[in-house]
Design a protein around this ligand. Structure first.
Ligand SMILES: *[C@@H]1O[C@H](CO)[C@@H](O)[C@H](O)[C@H]1NC(C)=O
Ligand SMILES: *[C@@H]1O[C@H](CO)[C@@H](O)[C@H](O)[C@H]1NC(C)=O
Ligand SMILES: *[C@@H]1O[C@H](CO)[C@@H](O)[C@H](O)[C@H]1NC(C)=O
Ligand SMILES: [Zn+2]
Length: 478
């Protein structure tokens, strides 16, 4: 009976102790820039297929508008819509001075990125975890004075297509996880975006690049295994936006602002055009109506909105950095300023409802179900999912765990919940263990007393030899 009681206490402590187990799960967030949701449909992708079998595949995900690289990547890192995190364009600009910086130069403008929203690296680090980032947009900047702990920023004229470098970078990231005990890494590849722009999403070159991505996905999973990480590492692979074929050469009537009757660049104090299908304009004082009226309805595939009237589903209005007039074109078109200077065969930056703008999404690891296909969800929801797996308290964000929780195995949900309630669980455990210990002592004392009584009655003592030992065992502090 005593033995049974001890077993009960051991069982109770192990059951209660399990959630406090602190072998934390790790997360690797990978972005293959411009990987459209359906790029695996016309190419053999054995490694992506295997990953779907071993984990979760979403039909597609919906990026935030504006569907360009820096803004949408910052949404992955923060769970906020673009109007809320403030990185509203790839280019830093100043409407007063007219200064514009390129995508690459803008990476180093802290004030552009650090506009009130913390990326997951900083939040994780503030809560005692370690974070890293390789080439991911936003990596070069500091946030409220803090940088991501382990970081690598690509040089200015970087060859984003080099498969050998992709493998070297993969091994570097895995060694951060293994040797530096990093909990979270964001990892960026510049393809198939580059190839999609240059040759178009329907080109053979794009299909070849998707094969290279697929080989790399296989390499990434192999490398995780070689580094002994498989049982702790969750790998999420997604993208920032898709890609759409651009028509020109007489196939369509191009959109060129300078040719629109009644429109004049002289009415503008600042403009951002010749950037794919999107544009933003600042009219000179008193010229807003003139500019708006000239452009509105001027081309059947050009959308013209005053900032405050932008359709709600785009969530691209509530930010001081957004200029008073917003333009975007339908898929197939780009917006030219003075004359056509854009020659890409593929573009993105369109309405995020356009199917061509939807990225892919895969996830594999101990937190995720196996062989599960899920419906589409917005990319703002990836941030709360990652925080949940890491067991950190998220910042204020626009995502919802409810949108992605069904991808997780139940024990991960329990573990992540317990980590945010670790203190409570520890207290509860100590309390319950104390109660259990006390009950065992009371129970044992009663048993001993009863046995002693029986022995006295029968005047037999042989069976009591082991009593003192058991009394010692009661001293064990639970
Ligand atoms: C733009 O430049 C002006 C003049 O240098 C400066 O006062 C202002 O703070 C700048 N604004 C931004 C958003 O950088
Ligand atoms: C965000 O940037 C704008 C200028 O672009 C600035 O006026 C504003 O104060 C910044 N907000 C924060 C919280 O950094
Ligand atoms: C590709 O990357 C490898 C490893 O970093 C480097 O040695 C090689 O020179 C690169 N090749 C090209 C064509 O950039
Ligand atoms: Zn991109």
């Amino acid at each position: 009976m005593l033995w049974t009681a001890s077993l009960c206490v051991l069982w109770a402590s192990s059951v209660l102790g399990a959630p406090v187990n602190n072998e934390k799960q790790k997360v690797l967030l990978i972005s293959f820039d411009g990987f459209r949701w359906d790029y695996d449909r016309d190419v053999d992708t054995p490694n992506l297929d295997q990953m779907a079998e071993d984990g979760v595949k979403a039909l597609y995900v919906t990026p935030p508008y504006l569907t360009i690289t820096s803004p949408t990547h910052f949404t992955l890192l923060t769970g906020r819509y673009i109007e809320n995190h403030g990185v509203i364009h790839n280019m830093f600009f100043n409407t007063t001075t007219g200064e514009k910086k390129s995508y690459y130069q803008s990476q180093f403008v802290d004030q552009w990125w650090d506009n009130g929203t913390l990326p997951i690296w900083i939040t994780a680090q503030r809560q005692g975890l370690k974070a890293g980032s390789l080439h991911f947009p936003g990596t070069a900047s500091s946030y409220q004075g803090q940088f991501v702990m382990h970081k690598e920023v690509e040089p200015q004229l970087y060859n984003y297509k080099n498969e050998t470098a992709w493998r070297e970078n993969t091994d570097k990231v895995m060694s951060w996880f293994r040797d530096k005990n990093v909990n979270f890494v964001s990892f960026y590849f510049g393809e198939p975006d580059g190839t999609g722009h240059r040759y178009g999403p329907d080109s053979n070159e794009r299909r070849e690049m998707v094969k290279q991505v697929d080989r790399t996905v296989g390499y990434i999973r192999q490398s995780a295994e070689r580094h002994g990480l498989t049982h702790r590492l969750n790998i999420i692979i997604t993208s920032d936006h898709g890609m759409s074929t651009v028509y020109r050469n007489g196939l369509v009537e191009e959109i060129t602002l300078s040719k629109i009757p009644g429109f004049s660049f002289g009415d503008l104090s600042f403009h951002l055009v010749d950037y794919g299908p999107s544009g933003m304009l600042s009219p000179k004082p008193g010229r807003l109506e003139a500019v708006y009226n000239a452009l509105k309805g001027a081309h059947p595939h050009l959308h013209v909105y005053k900032k405050e009237d932008v359709p709600e589903h785009l969530r691209f209005t509530k930010n001081d950095r957004i200029l008073p007039i917003i333009l975007w074109a339908d898929p197939g078109y780009v917006i030219n300023g003075y004359f056509p200077v854009q020659f890409n065969k593929g573009e993105h930056g369109y309405d995020n409802q356009a199917m061509d703008m939807k990225p892919f999404f895969r996830a594999v690891g101990p937190a995720f179900h196996k062989n599960l296909k899920v419906g589409p969800f917005e990319t703002v929801n990836i941030y709360p999912l990652m925080c949940h797996i890491l067991g950190i308290e998220p910042e204020v964000n626009d995502g919802h765990l409810d949108a992605t929780k069904h991808m997780l195995v139940t024990s991960t949900a329990a573990r992540a919940e317990s980590s945010s309630h670790r203190k409570y669980m520890k207290n509860a455990f100590t309390g319950l263990a104390a109660v259990a210990g006390f009950l065992v002592i009371v129970f044992a004392a009663a048993v001993v007393q009863r046995l002693l009584k029986q022995k006295r009655k029968t005047k037999r003592s042989g069976s009591l030899r082991d009593l003192p030992e058991k009394e010692d065992a009661h001293q064990t502090p639970f």
